[in-house]
Write a protein that binds this ligand. Structure first.
Ligand SMILES: CC(=O)N[C@H]1[C@@H](OP(=O)(O)OP(=O)(O)OC[C@H]2O[C@@H](n3ccc(=O)[nH]c3=O)[C@H](O)[C@@H]2O)O[C@H](CO)[C@@H](O)[C@@H]1O
Ligand SMILES: C=C(OP(=O)(O)O)C(=O)O
Length: 424
């Protein structure tokens, strides 16, 4: 197993380019299954979740390959059914989109329940409720295989009991060909909902209202291939913003949409972080002593749950008391045990953390328990005294492209140590 070794104490300086958004790419790539034409998806991040999706599409009979560093080509014309036999779907969360895309195109799909970050209970009842409202039957076997099928899909009004990113996108995928109009109420509003809807519309779908809490989908008869560019990853960008603040650095973050980062920018400014926004870039710099703040994660446009862990590390290094309330994920504070090993003073329940800031973190061996916990531990390592070793970094590779190179370019002392057996 590989690990990161970090020598703390460097203020980040320089420029970092942000890649395509993981959570948009992993919705758009399976959405290509909806269409028998050829699609080119650009600005695709170089992350493990994308590699797994390429393997899944090939397994299903599609042509799916990189045509350059950040673009992939998909031709799903030879795919006849969306039945994923193997366990690839367990390797990530977004494999649940195979169900919506398969149901949409073939009126039938089957896949094992998804994997993804261990951040508490992550049911898919709202996805199922949406599929059923469109006329599908859904069956989950004792082994965890989800089978969905319908004779016919008919548009319906679906009110989501909880604001769910996955359910909103999955229902859009299933409804693009449904007869008549589908209305999703209490829909999620995240930028990747809009990006996926824009992609589907580029293929010929008729979706309006994405980005608001009411999405209307008028069923269409056919979709055609298209070329589409994925939006920048605001969670990757937010991670570098928080890292710059934590290390008292001064960096430029390029290739972003600053508007998507507003909840993060507002909180960091409240802490005293210097932020200057330009068209598609931003300067983040240490300006004055940082002050503690309270945050609550919420669905967009609230503070993103996917940055809760990096933010908790930042707040643990700032003198004074802060609280962090987790309003989206069911149990996303487990990594706190790891940052406590580094000297952070944090108490927590499943829903809230109470932080007594301590600027003197110390390096030690810690485990990346999930993707963003891993990023948070890198930030902790960058500000800690001495050496930090982070194990289980495969979680980080699921969602951050070239993370050690990007941090090294900003002056960080971080290296990936690959165990010999992996080199063979
Ligand atoms: C691949 C992807 O895009 N992952 C993101 C997606 O995950 P994911 O799609 O799993 O997140 P959801 O928005 O669906 O879930 C949010 C909350 O709603 C609950 N819920 C969700 C669905 C459901 O059917 N029933 C239910 O109760 C979940 O338990 C969770 O606590 O959005 C999350 C919230 O922004 C992010 O943390 C993830 O990075
Ligand atoms: C929770 C996350 O990912 P996933 O939903 O893919 O597990 C994340 O990106 O922070």
């Amino acid at each position: 197993m590989s690990k990161f070794v970090i020598e703390g104490g460097t203020k980040l300086k320089g420029k970092v380019n942000i890649g395509g958004f993981k959570n948009a790419a992993v919705a758009i790539i399976p959405a290509t299954l909806l269409c028998p034409g050829k699609c080119i998806i650009q600005n695709v991040p170089k992350i493990e979740d994308v590699n797994v999706f390429i393997d899944i599409l090939k397994e299903l009979g599609a042509v799916a390959e990189h045509i350059d560093d950040t673009s992939i080509y998909v031709d799903a014309s030879q795919v006849n059914e969306c039945y994923l036999k193997n366990g690839l779907s367990k390797k990530m969360r977004a494999s649940y989109y195979l169900l919506g895309a398969g149901l949409g195109r073939f009126k039938k799909a089957s896949s094992l329940l998804p994997g993804g970050c261990d951040i508490g209970d992550r049911p898919i009842d709202q996805h199922i409720k949406g599929f059923e409202a469109l006329g599908a039957t859904v069956d989950i076997t004792p082994e965890g295989r989800v089978n969905v099928q319908a004779d016919k899909l008919i548009g319906a009004k679906i009110y989501l009991d909880v604001v769910s990113v996955g359910a909103t996108i999955n229902i859009m995928l299933a409804a693009v060909y449904a007869e008549g109009r589908t209305i999703i109420e209490n829909a999620a509003k995240e930028p990747h909902i809009v990006d996926t809807a824009n992609f589907l519309n580029s293929m010929g779908a008729d979706i309006k209202g994405a980005g608001t809490d009411v999405i209307r989908i008028n069923g269409v008869k056919e979709l055609t291939g298209c070329t589409y560019k994925v939006i920048p990853d605001q969670i990757e960008a937010g991670t570098y913003m928080i890292a710059a603040a934590a290390t008292k650095g001064d960096i430029i973050i390029d290739d972003i949409i600053p508007k998507h980062l507003e909840p993060v920018t507002a909180k960091l400014k409240e802490m005293g972080v210097g932020i200057e926004e330009y068209g598609d870039s931003m300067r983040v710099f240490y300006d004055k002593e940082l002050v503690p703040v309270n945050i609550q994660t919420l669905p967009y446009p609230g503070f993103p749950t996917d940055l809760q862990q990096p933010m908790t590390v930042l707040l643990s290094s700032v003198n004074g008391e802060s609280t962090v309330v987790e309003g989206v994920s069911e149990d996303r504070f487990k990594y706190v045990n790891e940052i406590r090993k580094m000297g952070a003073s944090v108490e927590y329940t499943k829903k809230q953390a109470w932080i007594k800031g301590n600027p003197e973190l110390k390096g030690t061996v810690v485990q990346a328990t999930d993707l963003r916990a891993g990023a948070a531990l890198i930030i902790a390592g960058l500000i800690a005294n001495g050496l930090t070793e982070i194990t289980d970094i495969h979680h980080i590779d699921r969602g951050y492209e070239h993370i050690e190179n990007k941090f090294m370019n900003l002056g960080a002392k971080i290296k990936r140590v690959v165990k010999e057996e992996e080199l063979i």
